[in-house]
Design a protein around this ligand. Structure first.
Ligand SMILES: *Cc1c(COP(=O)(O)O)cnc(C)c1O
Length: 412
């Protein structure tokens, strides 16, 4: 770990205070040109005593705008203190967590995984169009059947066809024969450029795609492609539960990664992360964004700087070893649940290094699913799966209740 460490509350406090002091202070400075101020004083009481002990809340009240991208070129000067913290957070994720050796990255804290995924596809689409003069109709997105719906959403917005690759029912792995057939067919129909979305844990199953399955085939067929990893779900879990993982920037074929801090990291909503190698994000430069200093390379425009502080606070409160311990506990609980299900001969899917157990619906009566708030794969009568996500608040005691209910059911 080059950058990531554990800090005391006092150290975190001092760091955030320093950053805020480098931002414009709307109460003290004469700042006439921004359509911005701190949060409304009548409503949000900036002198509430607890704020002095709460760096993230204090930043919410100060209300810095992190509009634009702060890893490339110049940025809005008014918020440079907290922008620097955002850059630090991204550096930890790119270099320490996702093993980018040359440290050459761009990115930003996006409002969520949906935006980060759409940003990734937008960057690749424009890359193909800028570099090869590709038409939209010549580009296709490849993604598995278990892929998050933000990918079809992006396909629709960007006007790029999405080719959905089936997975096997039990193991949720990509059907390689079907993939080859689909790609060859697409080529026959005029597709020349491929945007690959490989899941670092799918939302329903926690299954992890092997990106080599895509890249080996596309290289064998001598096709142009760009590879994005959707780590919205597993990005803060898998690198810790599977130390041998190569689904990171040590694989030179991986161009960009989405990570959601508002899922497993338990940050507030509005904290997705988009990370990419240098040389790509320029493809989505909006030249018309002239009033934004440094111009805009992001999809969203204005976004709260407090979100970056929230991620910073979590990462530095735990430090890498603390976070590893937290993930290890989730893995132990998940293993416990799997063992109980095995003893009851209940069938389920679990990716070895993830905290999700997806159970065949035939073993789960509907009243039990409802009582324990298990999430179905489909909200209709064709549903075949229910999932349990082992989060911080899901303890063995809670899992035990589910197991006892299932046991009772079996005895009837
Ligand atoms: C949740 C999720 C997303 C989208 O994230 P939002 O933060 O809800 O926009 C994308 N991909 C996967 C795999 C997810 O689990």
């Amino acid at each position: 770990m080059k950058y990531w460490k554990k800090l005391t509350h006092q150290e975190l406090h001092n760091r955030v205070d320093k950053a805020l002091s480098e931002n414009v202070d709307f109460t003290k400075d004469t700042s006439l040109g921004y359509p911005a101020s701190k949060l409304d004083d009548k409503v949000f009481y900036s002198d509430a005593p607890f704020l002095k002990d709460a760096p993230t809340l204090k930043t919410y009240v100060a209300n810095p705008n992190h509009i634009g991208c702060h890893t490339l070129g110049s940025s809005e000067k008014a918020f440079k203190g907290t922008q620097e913290i955002e850059r630090e957070v991204l550096e930890i994720l790119a270099v320490d967590m996702f093993k980018l050796e040359n440290e050459q990255f761009d990115g930003y804290i996006a409002p969520g995984g949906t935006e980060a995924n759409i940003q990734a596809m937008w960057v690749f689409r424009n890359y193909f169009s800028n570099k090869f003069d590709a038409k939209n109709s010549e580009i296709a997105i490849l993604a598995s059947q278990d892929t998050h719906y933000s990918i079809p959403k992006g396909s629709n917005i960007l006007s790029i066809d999405l080719l959905t690759i089936p997975v096997t029912f039990e193991n949720r792995v990509i059907d390689e024969l079907a993939l080859e057939k689909i790609v060859k067919n697409a080529v026959n129909e005029g597709k020349k450029y491929f945007i690959v979305i490989s899941n670092l844990a799918t939302t329903m199953f926690g299954s992890v795609d092997n990106p080599d399955v895509y890249t080996n085939l596309l290289e064998k067929l001598d096709l142009q492609y760009k590879l994005h990893i959707d780590g919205a779900y597993g990005g803060f879990v898998y690198p810790f539960s599977n130390k041998e993982s190569t689904i990171n920037f040590s694989n030179p074929k991986i161009c960009s990664i989405t990570i959601d801090a508002h899922k497993m990291l338990q940050a507030p909503y509005g904290t997705g992360v988009y990370l990419c190698r240098k040389g790509l994000i320029e493809n989505v430069l909006t030249k018309e964004a002239e009033y934004v200093e440094g111009m805009d390379l992001t999809l969203c425009g204005s976004r709260s700087g407090a979100n970056a502080i929230a991620v910073f606070m979590i990462l530095f409160t735990y430090g890498p070893y603390g976070w590893y311990e937290k993930i290890s506990i989730l893995m132990m609980r998940t293993k416990w649940l799997c063992k109980q299900l095995d003893q009851l001969n209940i069938k389920y899917f679990r990716e070895e290094n993830m905290n999700i157990v997806t159970i065949h619906s035939e073993f789960i009566p509907e009243d039990i699913a409802l009582k324990y708030d298990l999430v179905p794969e489909q909200h209709n009568d064709k549903n075949k799966w229910y999932k349990v996500v082992i989060m911080d608040h899901v303890e063995i005691d809670n899992l035990m209740q589910l197991i006892n209910a299932l046991k009772k059911q079996i005895q009837i």
